[in-house]
Design a protein around this ligand. Structure first.
Ligand SMILES: Nc1ncnc2c1ncn2[C@@H]1O[C@H](COP(=O)(O)OP(=O)(O)O)[C@@H](O)[C@H]1O
Ligand SMILES: O=C(OP(=O)(O)O)[C@H](O)COP(=O)(O)O
Length: 484
């Protein structure tokens, strides 16, 4: 049975939602401050294609699959798209030297062993495709944020795993430009792969220096960008190089990321819910504002909720609060209401007497956080409330953990959401995990494989969800417009 806290929440829910259940009551026009949590609901909005087409993000659509998503049920609408590596013919690729920018920025332990090879595995389909078409692949990436040539940031530890996944020995160069590359590129057989050294060993890379970009392009015939995780950086190997290599096209991973983070989000199967967590409101303002234009339901968790509670006049103890964002929190709540978005804050929280894995903890209603205690996770009623809400949806996007999931004691909320999304994914709901810590949580629970899409880019996915243009995508060639 639901506790008093969750019943208080449910009493705020009106009966008008398409995702509704019989429990909904009309929302009060003014939220009583004493009655946290906040649950604002009004009818599900349905953005037609006109709404989606007006979204500038749709200009980034690259895949034919995306075109189908964008154009579903709409005749005569032209979809803007980026040219894809899949659009190139065998003649375009056979014997050609391809500069392929991937994001192989993987975590290494102190012995330089790869601790998570996700980004390498994600790059494989494009590399294999180029190999199968007889291209000669110059594979480029950064690793970490080196200041000049730094051996510990060499790409050498990646060679064995790349070779294993590709089924061929991958040779590595000691540089990414210059005579060695010219010589090795000339000696590459069709279908061969040469891994270039860390492109950030040159400071010119991050400065997007045109002369450096020209040197990167020097031995190649064409450019493929598959580095989604770095597409928000206007660097020489992600943006500058496109000025010197034609065509410059998108790889399969980049396509897939855009399909989900732009396509599915701009024209989702509804009801469409977003779950936004993480530490601070300030780092998620852009995402929340952008998602408020698109979603039917917005569930908030993580450290940011305490700023919303405080803005509502509640006591939050020593929880994380951004005092200068209280007004903003109130504005966002009002915006959600005005837009008819159902915005839910957790009804109960797990509080701790210190910020530590071994802190004493207890569960309290969100409106009853005592002085000296801080909220570090969402509580069981909130998990139930969020889970019920999520069951009404057809598309869910998640960015940011529900609590301090790095501490086992406060990982329950985040892990419960991960499991819920896995369950929903199995029932045909589109589940999109938007990078960063949410991906780590999903992996920790062992349900990454069942999600519809797990983004390989934290910062890049955040920027996309904020509605920003990614320089690495903008720079790519437009596909021939297709009437859908
Ligand atoms: N209640 C909380 N109090 C303090 N920090 C929190 C709380 N909930 C979550 N966090 C922290 O938020 C961090 C993630 O925030 P953020 O970087 O914004 O998310 P993401 O990486 O998913 O974009 C995690 O390190 C987590 O410990
Ligand atoms: O790991 C990356 O970004 P992410 O941590 O935001 O996912 C990318 O490789 C970009 O790296 P950068 O943030 O050093 O430019």
């Amino acid at each position: 049975m639901a506790s008093a806290a969750s019943q208080a929440t449910l009493s705020f829910l009106p009966s008008t939602s398409a995702s509704s259940s019989s429990r909904r009551q009309p929302a009060p026009s003014i939220l009583p401050l004493s009655r946290s949590p906040i649950a604002l609901r009004s009818p599900i909005r349905r953005l037609g294609f006109a709404g989606a087409a007006a979204d500038p993000l749709l200009a980034f659509h690259v895949a034919s699959k995306t075109r189908a998503v964008v154009g579903r049920g709409v005749r005569g609408v032209v979809s803007m798209a980026k040219k894809s590596v899949g659009d190139l013919s065998e003649a375009d690729l056979k014997g050609k030297v391809v500069f392929l920018r991937a994001d192989l920025n993987v975590p290494l332990d102190e012995n330089r062993n790869i601790t998570d090879d996700t980004r390498i595995r994600a790059a494989i389909p494009t590399i294999k495709h180029l190999m199968s078409k007889g291209a000669k692949v110059l594979l480029s990436s950064h690793l970490g944020r080196p200041k000049g040539v730094t051996p510990k940031f060499s790409l050498a530890p990646l060679v064995p795993r790349l070779s294993e996944l590709l089924g061929v020995p991958v040779e590595k160069a000691d540089d990414c430009i210059g005579p060695e590359i010219e010589q090795k590129a000339a000696a590459l057989p069709e279908g061969g792969v040469l891994l270039l050294e860390n492109v950030r060993f040159y400071p010119e890379e991050e400065k997007n220096d045109p002369e450096f970009a020209k040197k990167l392009a020097a031995v190649a015939d064409l450019y493929v960008n598959d580095a989604f995780g770095t597409a928000h950086r206007a660097h020489a190997s992600t943006e500058g190089v496109t000025k010197y290599l034609k065509p410059s096209v998108a790889g399969f991973l980049l396509q897939k990321e855009l399909d989900y983070l732009v396509g599915a989000v701009s024209n989702p199967k509804r009801p469409f819910a977003a779950i936004v967590g993480g530490s601070k409101v300030s780092s998620k303002i852009g995402v929340i504002e952008s998602l408020l234009e698109k979603v039917d339901i917005l569930l908030l968790g993580g450290g940011m909720i305490f700023t919303f509670y405080k803005a509502q006049g509640l006591s939050v103890g020593s929880s994380l609060v951004e005092e200068d964002k209280l007004e903003l929190a109130t504005t966002l709540l009002a915006k959600a209401k005005a837009k008819g978005v159902s915005l839910l804050l957790p009804s109960d929280v797990v509080i701790a007497d210190k910020f530590a894995p071994d802190a004493n903890s207890k569960i309290v209603p969100s409106s009853a956080i005592p002085d000296g205690w801080m909220g570090l996770d969402i509580g069981p009623d909130s998990i139930e409330l969020f889970s019920k809400e999520l069951e009404t949806t057809k598309t869910v996007i998640w960015n940011g953990p529900m609590g301090v999931f790095e501490f086992d004691k406060f990982a329950v909320g985040t892990e419960a959401i991960a499991k819920k999304l896995a369950e929903l994914s199995g029932k045909g709901v589109t589940t999109i995990i938007g990078g960063g810590d949410s991906v780590a949580a999903v992996e920790k629970v062992g349900v990454a494989g069942v999600m519809s899409h797990i983004s390989t880019g934290g910062g890049a996915s955040l920027e996309l969800l904020e509605g920003k243009e990614l320089p690495g995508v903008v720079a790519l060639e437009e596909a021939v417009p297709v009437a859908v």
